[in-house]
Write a protein that binds this ligand. Sequence first.
Ligand SMILES: [Zn+2]
Length: 247
Amino acid sequence: MIGIGITIALISFFFVLFTKGKTIFISRGKSGEIRISNILSQLPDNYHIFNDVYINNNGHSSQIDHLIISQYGVFIIETKNYSGDVYGSENAKHWTQYLQGEGYKFLNPIKQNQSHIFAIKNALHISPSNIFPIVVFLNRVELHCSTSSVVLYSGQLYNYISSHKEVLFPKDSVERLTQRLNTIMVQDPEREQNHVRSIRQNAINRELQIANLICPRCQGHLVERQGKYGNFLGCSNYPNCKFTKKL
Ligand SMILES: [Zn+2]
């Protein structure tokens, strides 16, 4: 009995991946970031995506979960992987997670992201009006937040980013911003390796999700459909989500 209890506790704390006979344990925070980077990897190629970004600007370092540079602006994403109920407001210092009757305080993620906006605005020399901060929670939580800042479930993320259609940067300045970010990102060989590993992990996760009939774009269910050119998997959230995969 105790053994089973411990196993369940472990599985709930870690996102467990079984791949090619290997078991990979990833901490809960990291597994949330991997899921979000999976969703972002579905965006078209003209969105430049940076995951787990460390920058050093004038002696201040910041860690940003996900950053996207595109013609449509710079998106800065703070990811939270919580379950239970989360209560929060725009200006509170702390937000609260309720889980099985217990309350747990954590820093207001909107405020956390504000310091990232400040760092990126200074480092890339861009106007704050071209920066879109997003706080995203994995679908497993119930949000009770009244905020004017953007706070989303992971299933809404892809559509929210795609809904920005106004071109704010010409193509050559997107290039320039991307190069500039590459030069200020903290260079660390270990980090480089992690980056390569997480790209590989993304591909594995994507395939695993599809194999389990989970939409990699919105985490909805995939269903088999018949089309003009044969059978394919489509998302049950169509037309909100247009993910498809040929069979
Ligand atoms: Zn979908």
